[in-house]
Design a protein around this ligand. Structure first.
Ligand code: CA2
Length: 151
């Protein structure tokens, strides 16, 4: 069987992690999170393409690319979580397991963050665990991909 592949996509301002707001988002940089994610993925035999962009259109393009090339997707849409019907449509159009991930617990924050437009198309959601959520999402995605469920 060919090696499993997953895209891990990160949206706007997540490149700033580790520089400000550590009380909300922790002290890890996105590079630290990428290293922990790749380590867990390697242990499970998953090849990961880890990316960040500030652009909504780029995220839509990458979600479509994941649907064409990858076996699973982990997505932290950043603030587009709360607004982007374009991302919801892109997620709805791809037939692979999709995990939405948030560093913070969006339900415990400002009112405008409590709804996730994009999670309507997610197989599952992990939130509130800081950077530790990424390796956990890899484990969950591995289970979904190997069982062939969650698409
Ligand atoms: O909790 C999450 O992972 C979020 O997706 C993070 C987004 C936020 O808009 C969502 O509501 C929840 C923001 C990421 C921005 O991160 C920063 C980190 C350091 C300094 C400034 C922003």
């Amino acid at each position: 069987m060919a090696a499993l592949t997953a895209f891990v996509l990160n949206g706007p301002n997540l490149n700033l992690l580790g520089t400000r707001e550590p009380d909300i988002y922790g002290n890890d940089t996105l590079g630290d999170i990428e290293a922990a994610t790749l380590k867990k993925a390697e242990a499970l035999g998953i090849t990961v393409d880890f990316r960040q962009t500030n652009g909504e259109g780029a995220l839509v393009d990458w979600v479509q690319e994941a649907g064409a090339k990858a076996d699973g997707l982990i997505l932290n849409p950043g603030a587009y979580t709360h607004t982007s019907i374009a991302l919801l449509d892109a997620l709805s159009a791809i037939a692979i397991p999709k995990i939405e991930l948030h560093l913070s617990n969006i339900h415990g924050r400002e009112e405008f963050r409590r709804d996730s437009v994009t999670a309507r198309a997610a197989t599952g959601v992990i939130m509130g665990l800081g950077g530790a959520g990424y390796p956990l999402a890899i484990e969950a995605l591995h289970a979904l991909m190997t069982r062939g469920t969650g698409a």
